[in-house]
Design a protein. Structure first.
Length: 393
């Protein structure tokens, strides 16, 4: 999940929606928080801070579009693409506690808006915070805590803001998030498998703002009227936590080991059936994966999970074959594996040419499926030849 934060307390702030008139000393800043140890926080976080004095009381509020309630239905809602996030409001002291506790840093950029646009931005935040407006349908690429901040800033300035940052290289959505998952190889693999071809489209200008670090960079180079939009980033809390790899075995190492065991088992074990217990386990795992990928494509609102070429190796029918009785293997399954082999060969031949970036760790797994298919086809062909020979005699 890109850019998320647990639901924070909103106590201590007035719950009415009177909009204070900001003074000339008011500051509105964008907060960029460094990545955390959990998957939901590994991409960092963004929020807006408002500081001023009103009627003798100090205002130091943080508006956070990335809060969610972690309830028993959380994972179901996320998988279905029905996860609702909301805009929360809290005081800065409460907001920073989580980051102090976990060692995550906070950078701050002050918006150089004039008094009119600064007031308009504050009014938009207050309007968005109303109960009927604060909840929105989360999308990890197109509508999250960072992209909403870029949008509300743009709306407040009535077209005076220009985002001028140009990266030296063009990036896809997949490449952008891969940079944050290098220390989490299994999470990287799982996300790569789940996301389809839409994630391999080159991002248009400004679309990278779904990532907090990219939002910071975009704001840093943005222009407003005759000058820059923001001040130079200032470190509010130093970053003490730095992501590091914790996994002892990488996916490619594990899949190479699985391939080795598969080959040795089928090569040196005594006489075995057409499909061994090890084969059935492999078919079961890839079949379950295929069912999940098909569900993400056709049964959810996740646009990024559509047109997934991983279904060429993770065929949902593998789940059916895994439980097929041995007596049926020589007939129906034999024909199935011939078509399955063709799909696998096409996949391997077009691995680097397909419009979807397939994870390299899957190569040993796909090779194992090719080995399995060739073995079943060979045994099935030999049995058919023997049967025809017996009939001829």
């Amino acid at each position: 999940m890109v850019c998320a934060a647990l639901l924070v307390s909103e106590t201590g702030l007035a719950q009415d929606f009177e909009v204070p008139v900001l003074s000339g000393r008011a500051r509105i800043t964008v907060l960029t928080c460094s990545p955390g140890p959990d998957l939901y926080s590994v991409f960092g976080h963004s929020a807006i801070r408002v500081e001023d004095e009103y009627r003798g009381q100090r205002i130091d509020e943080v508006y956070n579009y990335g809060t969610f309630e972690f309830d028993e239905d959380f994972y179901y809602k996320f998988v279905k693409g029905h996860l609702d996030y909301k805009l929360s409001r809290t005081d800065f002291g409460t907001f920073q506690q989580e980051y102090l506790y976990t060692g995550r840093g906070i950078m701050e950029q002050e918006l150089r808006l004039d008094s009119t646009d600064r007031q308009r931005l504050y009014e938009l935040l207050i309007e968005n915070y109303k109960p009927e407006n604060r909840v929105y349908r989360y999308d990890y690429f197109y509508d999250n805590c960072s992209s909403r901040i870029g949008e509300v800033i743009r709306k407040s300035a009535q077209g005076d803001i220009k985002f001028t940052y140009v990266s030296r290289e063009s990036y896809t959505f997949r490449e952008a998030i891969d940079n944050y998952l290098q220390h989490m190889p299994w999470s990287d693999l799982g996300i790569d498998i789940a996301l389809g071809m839409p994630c391999d489209r080159i991002m248009d200008s400004g679309q990278d703002m779904f990532l907090p670090d990219s939002l910071l960079m975009e704001l840093n180079f943005a222009t407003y009227k005759q000058g820059g939009l923001v001040s130079r980033p200032v470190e509010v809390i130093p970053q003490e936590y730095f992501p590091k790899a914790t996994s002892k075995g990488t996916p490619i190492q594990v899949f190479l080991l699985v391939l080795l065991i598969q080959v040795l088992w089928q090569r040196f074990a005594p006489k075995q059936p057409m499909v061994t217990l090890f084969d059935r386990l492999l078919l079961f795992v890839t079949g379950v994966t295929g069912v999940l990928l098909a569900f993400l494509w056709f049964g959810t609102d996740h646009q990024a999970a559509a047109w997934n070429l991983n279904l060429l190796w993770a065929n949902p029918l593998n789940l059916f074959i895994a439980f097929l009785p041995s007596g049926a293997m020589a007939g129906w399954a034999y024909r199935y594996f011939r078509f399955f082999l063709i799909a696998l060969v096409i996949l391997l031949a077009g691995w680097v040419f397909f419009p979807q970036d397939l994870h390299e760790a899957l190569l040993p797994l796909v090779a194992g499926m090719v080995w399995l298919s060739l073995r079943v086809i060979r045994i099935g062909w030999l049995r058919r030849e023997m049967k025809q020979g017996d009939v001829g005699n």
